[in-house]
Design a protein around this ligand. Structure first.
Ligand code: ADP
Ligand code: MG
Length: 505
């Protein structure tokens, strides 16, 4: 009743560390909370950003690579482990059974030196053998006091006459124990083989496989990022072209031959740009025609008017009043034509922008001086020396319109203040006039919109375009404009423009 074929298998594998890292890194889904960037100059507000296309493609590639390499690593590890352990334990079982057979005749001699006999059978390096005969235990080495470390259930199984094998932990290292019952000698023979070498090899294999999976995942992420940037390149080009067009370069077009797959997109884009250019050019020529057609009669009118005004004293009272009315209307008309022309050139993106770096102190002082209105200007600590990137002509227009309004509606501006922080400079035009009711504060920046104070003053004054022009210029400079209360009395118009980074205090 001996032989490896008869061994009962009660294999336990708990001595081996199981480490299955097949699953890749967790993908927690796109993050909702990204700081949204400020809107680019001349382009509408962006929606709240989700994870970008490029990041998403990269994540998908990395995730795919992780799952694939993890699965391959797990399959490889488990199949190698199973086959190596099978091979090893089978040969160890054979060895134990062969030793037991070899011992059988000697064991029948009651005077034999059993420990020496046992020691002679221990062939595999580091293995130990134990013997149970006539209620006594013998060991091949002094490392153990038998029956330790053989588990009790295992001993019982063998002593009842069965052969058995099992993997147990001895001093924390996996050990393969084989028990053989030798009926002829009424003895039980136990062989303990250390499996630590196999376990070390398997650990090394697992580490190598995990490392490979990590490398493959990183390579997947790199590949994904590369593929995404390649795939998105035409989109970037289209976006850049759209930005260029928005910025006034109307002849920008996309190359049609570069990406065959996107032929429809590029040709549609180019057609759209053609149309846009055509329309804008038509609008421009219309505007300049209208300007010309209106200006020459206006000039004649103004000239005739000044002749009449020169003889004002000779006119009867009623004609004088009519002349005054006519004069006011002609001047208003002239202003309207000027303002309309200016705003339509702004709309068409035709007025040239010449941005220059200027010191805030200089800029504001000169702009106020250009209006010939004596208004005090105050600067906070460092503001006068800070630099901004603006178009001076536009900035002068902004200040002039605000000071004109203050003169008109509030008896003149009382103070211009300049402040700045790390990002922006704020120029405020303050007055102590009637102020602007909160419900009108946004609307007065619309075209042809006149507030209640404007309407009260009746015809012959404004056009309702002044603040619309201000808003348009400020937008072109990349800034903002709004109106707020000036303490208890009057209003404060605030113009905010970005500060140049280099001039940070
Ligand atoms: N400093 C001010 N104080 C009070 N109201 C003002 C002031 N500036 C502008 N407003 C109001 O805003 C309106 C719009 O101004 P604007 O666009 O310059 O047009 P306009 O001056 O031709 O009426 C004015 O009609 C006026 O009611
Ligand atoms: Mg005005």
């Amino acid at each position: 009743m001996s032989g490896a074929g008869l061994l009962r298998r009660t294999r336990s594998t708990k001595a081996h560390a199981d480490a299955d890292r097949a699953a890749g890194p967790d993908h927690n889904g796109p993050s909702e909370h990204r700081p949204s960037r400020p809107p680019a100059l001349g382009i509408g507000r962006h929606h709240r950003r989700r994870v970008g296309l490029r990041a998403r493609i990269t994540i998908f590639f990395a995730l795919g690579a992780a799952i694939l390499s993890g699965t391959i690593a797990a399959i490889t590890y488990y199949s190698v482990r199973t086959s190596v352990l099978d091979q090893q334990t089978t040969s160890l079982s054979h060895e134990a059974v062969a030793s037991a057979l070899l011992l059988r005749p000697e064991l029948q001699d009651p005077t034999a030196d059993y420990p020496a006999l046992l020691a002679s059978t221990a062939a595999t390096d580091g293995s130990d053998t134990l013997l149970y005969k006539q209620r006594r235990w013998y060991a091949s080495s002094v490392r153990f006091t038998p029956p330790r470390p053989v588990p009790l259930a295992f001993q019982r199984l063998v002593l009842k006459g069965s052969d058995a094998e099992e993997t147990i932990a001895v001093a924390n290292s996996p050990t393969y124990v084989v028990g053989v019952w030798i009926p002829a000698a009424q003895s039980a023979y136990f062989a303990l083989f250390p499996l630590s070498e196999v376990a070390n090899t398997l650990h090394a294999l697992l580490a190598a496989l995990l490392l490979a999976a990590l490398v493959v995942t990183l390579a997947g992420a790199l590949l994904g990022s590369w593929a995404a940037s390649r795939a998105l390149r035409p989109l970037h080009e289209a976006a850049q072209a759209a930005l260029d067009i928005a910025g006034g370069r109307l002849d920008t077009r996309l190359e049609t031959d570069d990406y065959a797959d996107l032929a429809v997109l590029t040709s549609a884009f180019n057609r759209m740009a053609d149309r846009l250019q055509e329309r804008i050019e038509r609008e421009v020529s219309f505007t300049s025609d209208v300007n010309h057609e209106l200006r020459s009669p206006l000039t004649t009118l103004a000239a005739s008017l000044s002749v009449l005004e020169g003889r004002r004293d000779e006119l009867p009272e009623r004609s004088r009043r009519a002349l005054d009315l006519l004069g006011a209307e002609v001047r208003r008309f002239r202003r309207l034509v000027d303002d309309l022309l200016e705003i339509s050139r702004l709309d068409a993106g035709l007025s040239d922008v010449s941005m220059a770096e200027v010191a805030l102190g200089d800029l504001v002082t000169r702009s106020v001086a250009a209006t010939a209105r004596p208004v005090p200007i105050t600067f906070d600590d460092t503001s006068a020396e800070r630099h901004v990137l603006v178009d001076k002509r536009r900035f002068e227009r902004i200040i002039a319109n605000l000071l004109d309004n203050a003169q008109h509606y509030a008896g003149g501006s009382t103070l211009v203040t300049v402040t700045s922080d790390r990002r922006v400079a704020r120029v405020s035009v303050e007055d102590e006039g009637p102020g602007i009711p909160p419900e009108e504060r946004e609307r007065i920046f619309d075209r042809f919109s006149r507030g209640s104070s404007g309407r009260r003053r009746g015809l012959g004054e404004g056009t309702g375009l002044g603040l619309a022009i201000v808003a348009e210029h400020v937008r072109m400079l990349g800034g903002r404009v709004w109106v707020e209360d000036n303490g208890a009395r009057g209003s404060r118009f605030v113009v905010e423009v970005p500060i140049l980074d280099e001039s940070a205090p």
